[in-house]
Design a protein around this ligand. Structure first.
Ligand SMILES: NC(=O)c1ccc[n+]([C@@H]2O[C@H](COP(=O)([O-])OP(=O)(O)OC[C@H]3O[C@@H](n4cnc5c(N)ncnc54)[C@H](O)[C@@H]3O)[C@@H](O)[C@H]2O)c1
Length: 366
């Protein structure tokens, strides 16, 4: 099969996890039975994904080979010693806009600003020259303006978009329409990690609901020690993340909880945790004869391993859509892989829709 030519915006921890994970499986092919959700999809393996262009703002990354930038601080992923590819890909400058938050400024020093339209022209040139088909956005939470800049750049460059973060593009009808009208697929928004807080919480909430055990109230508290959690200390940047995480759970209940009976959110930054993320979840409710029940879950995961396993599938769904000329938001794959898709389904339904799309190119969720 032809390789899948991708670009990335935001060479942070998630990107490092994706490319170091692919390298790990290249070095240890026998391990692919562990952790890879779809070893093959539409004829593509995870090794068919190649990153040929990259954009960031951090002076430790811009102008550096992508294989090096993936290891630059504050990135914390160190799963393999070095990367065998991407040595010739030089990270280009992206406009900063609202990308670097108040707390993150302590660990990210952006390169000097240049006019946005000059950077757009440079980006379009790079995407065209490198024959990029899909842009993956790992921009920080709260980077709404930067996300819109890159969504528009995808439209101008005629490339597909995978939006891993919670500024709403695939799930915004106006932006989704623009992708559809330009004949381009898009998957988004905000990764629903492989075995993360969202999928565990919504699965358990739905289990209670399906079995007649009323959910009265629930919370989900998350803490971590990477740059993403540092960025999320800034409450003003969190609005769309909270909507995305809360709706992912609310959508699984037959009766919505009142706003003050559900709390789902990133809750604090604990530096020494690094990429370890801890989630604490509680559900309280009533079952037969109004008798109360409650449950508590503590989940400990590597936040970056958790996201990469999803994005290698999102990229391949987008490639299948490009091959089969399917345009607009991919409903089934987005529902399966993302927290805030254009349409929510239960996870077993979403899995079926996504599988059907991979096999037939028909997005029956539409
Ligand atoms: N499990 C997960 O890790 C998970 C799950 C869901 C969503 N996400 C989302 O994925 C995104 C990426 O997460 P991460 O851990 O890699 O974050 P990160 O902070 O490690 O990386 C962000 C990168 O973006 C760069 N950047 C900042 N402003 C920019 C701009 N204007 N243009 C280009 N680059 C810019 C930073 O320099 C950094 O390299 C976040 O929005 C996060 O919420 C992650």
């Amino acid at each position: 099969m032809a390789k899948i030519r991708c670009a990335v915006v935001g060479v942070g921890n998630c990107f490092a996890g994706l490319v170091q994970g692919v390298e790990y499986y290249r070095l240890h092919p026998e391990q692919e039975v562990v952790g890879v959700m779809s070893p093959e999809m539409g004829g593509y393996s995870i090794h068919d994904i190649v990153f040929v262009a990259a954009f960031d703002v951090d002076s430790k990354k811009v102008g550096k080979p992508l294989a090096e930038a993936a290891y630059a601080e504050p990135n914390k992923v160190r799963w393999v010693g070095s990367l065998s590819s991407m040595k010739d890909v030089i990270v280009k400058q992206s406009p900063q806009l609202d990308g670097v938050g108040m707390y993150v400024q302590k660990v990210v020093t952006p390169v000097g600003e240049r006019p946005v339209e000059e950077l757009r022209a440079e980006a379009l040139n790079e995407l065209k020259e490198k024959k990029v088909e899909i842009l993956v956005s790992y921009l920080p939470v709260g980077a709404d303006k930067a996300t819109k800049f890159w969504a528009q750049t995808c439209l101008d460059a005629k490339i597909a978009f995978v939006n891993c973060m919670p500024s709403f593009i695939a799930s915004d009808p106006e932006w989704a329409g623009k992708f559809e009208n330009n004949g381009l697929p898009i998957i988004g928004d905000d990764i629903k990690s492989q075995c993360g807080a969202t999928i565990v919480h919504r699965t358990l909430a739905k289990l209670c609901d399906d079995r007649g055990c009323k959910v009265d109230k629930t919370y989900q508290i998350n803490v971590g020690g990477n740059t993403d959690f540092l960025s999320m200390k800034e409450q003003e940047r969190l609005q769309s993340k909270k909507i995305s995480k809360t709706e992912a759970v609310q959508s699984q209940l037959s009766r919505r909880l009142a706003d003050d009976q559900i709390y789902v959110g990133p809750s604090d930054f604990i530096p020494f945790l690094g990429n370890t993320k801890l989630m604490f979840m509680r559900i309280e409710g009533k079952m037969w004869a109004g008798i109360p029940y409650n449950m508590e879950v503590r989940l400990e995961v590597d936040d970056k391993a958790n996201s990469a396993g999803i994005v290698v599938d999102a990229i391949r769904y987008c490639k299948i859509a490009l091959d089969k000329k399917v345009a607009g938001p991919l409903i089934g794959p987005s529902a399966w892989l993302m927290k805030h898709p254009p349409r929510q389904f239960s996870d077993p339904e979403a899995k079926k829709l996504a599988k059907e799309f991979a096999e037939t190119g028909i997005d029956i969720g539409r």
